[in-house]
Design a protein around this ligand. Structure first.
Ligand code: FES
Length: 240
């Protein structure tokens, strides 16, 4: 088997390794493909569809689709970014995302993607769903108003922490993240250092008593758009 696979993303010839996904190979070559449910170190979920690219003209999720010789991938095009804007618009209106009051602002991947893609206000009507907050645990709380159902906490708790604390329950608009316990988060053995807490891309899982330790204006995406680290060649170590 060849040691490398040649293919094209947005008219640029790149090389990847056998077994890599499109997203991984792109990242290795300094090309950012927007993503939300994907997180390095977790099994890809392929559920948010933000990373959707066209492969030889057909839509595929870049976080799950393996590379193949000669494939032609369209990523950073007006068409694909327009589709991503639509998904992000819908995520904003189907939850209750008040960025100006959220501790995650500036570190939030949903907010950062909206900025990167030029969204200033959602175009769909807000749904203002009624969702629960679980603040029973002494160190961590869940605000389901901000949950985008990416499943990163579910996979991180199951596969990295080995605790199986979170799982999806319900269907359609009633789908939500629940805890594997008698009643609520306080009945679990979650801890501040769990990968599940770090894995949340939005402000749905937050630590108590550390709010605003990093001031607004000095946070991860306050100065550079999300994906800039990949485009400047400072990709996360495990993708190199
Ligand atoms: Fe690929 Fe969510 S990042 S489907």
């Amino acid at each position: 088997m060849s040691a490398t696979i040649d293919f094209i993303i947005d008219d640029k010839e790149i090389q990847g390794r056998p077994g890599q996904t499109i997203l991984e190979a792109a990242q290795q070559n300094g090309i950012y493909i927007p993503r939300l449910c994907y997180r390095e170190g977790l099994v890809p979920h392929g559920s948010c569809r933000i990373c959707t690219v066209l492969v030889n003209g057909r839509p595929q999720s870049a976080c799950t689709q393996p590379i193949a010789p000669g494939m032609i991938v369209e990523n950073d095009t007006e068409k694909m970014n327009g589709l991503r804007r639509n998904i992000i618009d819908m995520l904003f209106v189907e939850g209750n995302h008040f960025c100006m009051f959220c501790e995650k602002s500036g570190n939030c991947e949903l907010q950062a993607l909206a900025y990167r893609l030029g969204i200033t206000a959602p175009k769909y009507p807000y749904m203002f769903p009624k969702r629960d907050v679980d603040a029973t645990h002494p160190d961590i709380f869940i605000d389901r108003n901000r949950c985008i159902l990416c499943g990163r906490c579910v996979r991180a708790s199951r596969d990295v922490d080995g605790k199986h604390i979170f799982e999806f329950v319900g269907r359609g608009p009633h789908k939500r993240v629940e805890v594997n316990a008698e009643a609520n988060l306080a009945d679990t053995d979650i801890s501040m250092t769990d990968e599940a807490v770090e894995a949340c891309p939005v402000g749905a899982l937050l630590k108590k008593r550390v709010g605003y330790a990093v001031p607004i204006g000095q946070r991860l995406y306050d100065h550079k758009p999300i994906g800039s680290d990949i485009e400047s060649g400072v990709a996360p170590a495990s993708s190199r």
